[in-house]
Design a protein around this ligand. Structure first.
Ligand SMILES: [Zn+2]
Length: 312
């Protein structure tokens, strides 16, 4: 056990230094959403608060076991059925940028979609800054491999010394085709290489959803849209492989719902919200496959292993 004086600021949980408000549109409703990110107590994680709902029913914790819907986006709900959807891009930004606890106040049942990426949320976090809290960051160390399988797809978590994501996608459409990315994820890499990757879809799919009164806010200003093997957005792509980068972003948001840093390798093969959630549910229900320690203890052990390796 280490004494407190041996810890550095990066070993402790952080919250936002101040509140910050952003206005955007909901992907599902197409309506205006006002969202305020606020500081929150240590060990409280991410908790949504719906201002448009009676206070007793307003609080919706974002946890692996509050996920109720993974079609189109990840949706969480409380016992009263109060829902918040499209949480994944915001949670990817908060968790990867080292904001462990935040209260998220909304006047609608969905997080604003903004430009379809996590970059606007990273901008907000940078703007207000973070504040250290009096509780250590907890880490879930993967000890044994876990895998969940869907039709033609799978997702797994493997033991590894640090967190990384290996994602691949495979679409018939030639604009997307096969894309693979294997990347160690930290705050700088997320901000530079993943945060700006936008969600994507096919124009025909969007037309069908619009007919069903779904994705009413979806369009060229918040998604990459593809039709007849062409990108319809005038500005083109932000990265040549923007699609797989966005899938990594989605996975980061989805797996942040375990409420701790994961030390292990996430592998996704055509994995989406449903399989990502199935994987973390399997993880949390199989305690023999992992253990939880303060992140600082894992870092020290890792350093010692490297010293031993360099000595031998
Ligand atoms: Zn997404």
């Amino acid at each position: 056990m280490l004494s407190n004086s041996q810890y550095s600021a990066s070993d402790y949980q952080h919250t936002l230094k101040d509140s910050v408000t952003i206005i955007g549109r909901g992907l599902h409703s197409g309506l205006r959403v006002i969202m305020t990110l606020m500081p929150a107590e240590a060990n409280s994680g991410y908790v949504f608060m719906r201002r448009d709902v009676t206070p007793l029913r307003a609080e919706v914790p974002a946890r692996w076991n509050t996920v109720v819907d993974t079609r189109l986006s990840t949706t969480v709900a409380n016992a009263f059925g109060t829902r918040v959807s499209t949480i994944e891009h915001l949670l990817a930004a908060l968790s990867t940028c080292g904001v462990h606890n935040a209260r998220i106040v909304l006047d609608a049942p969905e997080v604003p979609i903004m430009d379809g990426s996590a970059a606007p949320f990273v901008g907000l976090i940078d703007m207000v800054g973070r504040e250290s809290q009096a509780a250590l960051i907890q880490a879930i160390i993967i000890d044994k491999p876990l895998i969940v399988v869907g039709q033609g797809k799978h997702a797994s978590l493997l033991p590894a010394a640090e967190f990384s994501v290996d994602m691949s996608i495979d679409f018939d459409d030639s604009v997307i085709g096969q894309q693979t990315m294997d990347i160690k994820v930290d705050e700088a890499i997320f901000s530079e290489q993943l945060a700006a990757a936008r969600t994507f879809g096919f124009q025909e799919q969007l037309d069908t959803l619009h007919k069903l009164d779904l994705a009413k806010g979806g369009g060229l200003n918040n998604a990459v849209l593809i039709k007849d093997n062409k990108v319809l957005n005038e500005e083109g792509l932000r990265f040549k492989d923007e699609f797989v980068r966005h899938k990594i972003l989605d996975a980061l948001g989805d797996i942040s719902l375990v409420g701790a840093s994961i030390i292990g390798k996430f592998i996704g093969r055509r994995s989406g919200h449903q399989l990502n959630n199935q994987l973390i549910r399997t993880l949390m229900n199989n305690e023999e496959c992992w253990h939880c320690v303060p992140l600082v203890e894992h870092r020290r052990q890792n350093q010692q292993m490297q010293w031993f390796a360099s000595d031998s």
